[in-house]
Design a protein around this ligand. Sequence first.
Ligand code: SF4
Ligand SMILES: [Zn+2]
Length: 313
Amino acid sequence: MELPKYSDEEIVSARPDKAEVDPWKPYAYHVEEERSAAGTVDNVATLFLTNRECPFRCLMCDLWKNTTDETVPEGAVPAQIDYALDRLPDARHVKLYNSGNFFDRKAFPPSDRPAIAERVQSFDTVIVENHPKLCRDVCVEFRDRLDGRLEIALGLETAHPTVLDRLNKRMTRDDFRRAVGFLREHDIDVRTFILLRPPFLSEDEGVEWALRSIEFAFDAGVQCASVVPTRSGNGIMQQLEEDDHFEPPSMPSIETVLEEGLRMNRGRVFMDLWDLERFYECQTCGPERRDRLQRMNLTQTVQPPVRCTCSDR
Ligand code: SF4
Ligand SMILES: [Zn+2]
């Protein structure tokens, strides 16, 4: 099937309004538990930094909602980090997620990087997001400023070559492989984000390609894969839904992908449980299924399935 291709302009013009954000405050921050590479369950602080919108226009992305149109002033991002860390309980690891790419020179001034590094010296791991095409020497320079380990989160999204192209991420599978290779060579850890059922795939293909993408990412050298159930809500995704090019994944698919991903035994596999309520198909067992997925995330082992009358179909 010939898959439709959407331009930057079409994707941007379908967007609803952005949220109001303050360049001196992170737009969200919290501490949650995560299974570490060492096998312990540790507190991880996640800071959702406010900065300029990402220059890429990925089809499924809604991260632009909490961004500014212009580069934030020098000092703003370090101040955001202070703001959040002052208010959060202690954690061993920190995620500095900036709705885009940490090494995008226009997101926040690169001159802030030393001040940012200083603020996160006490953490064992500092995790930032980056586009595979922006994985260069600057990542190594930032690594050198840290006491702890640097981990970079790269969106593979999908290893399906045509769908990856249609996601408008401006990246090929080879770009991804090269980026992971470069980072690992420079002693930087890598995790990846994988979409479960991106646009243009049926439910079964969505599961198959999520699993193939996890394998592809581990083969490329990533140490951890975080699977994200694809959601609607950024404008163009609603249009795709109306045109039968997109449907969110089902709860059984979410469960299967995490189970099979863990059984691969290649590295940590997580299911992103943010907003999972919108995928519940049954209000009786939805919360229980969520708890089980969370236990699987934390133990990295498959847990006994949840039984409910809704699964006796
Ligand atoms: S690179 Fe990441 S932040 Fe930028 S548009 Fe794509 S998914 Fe969104
Ligand atoms: Zn049920």
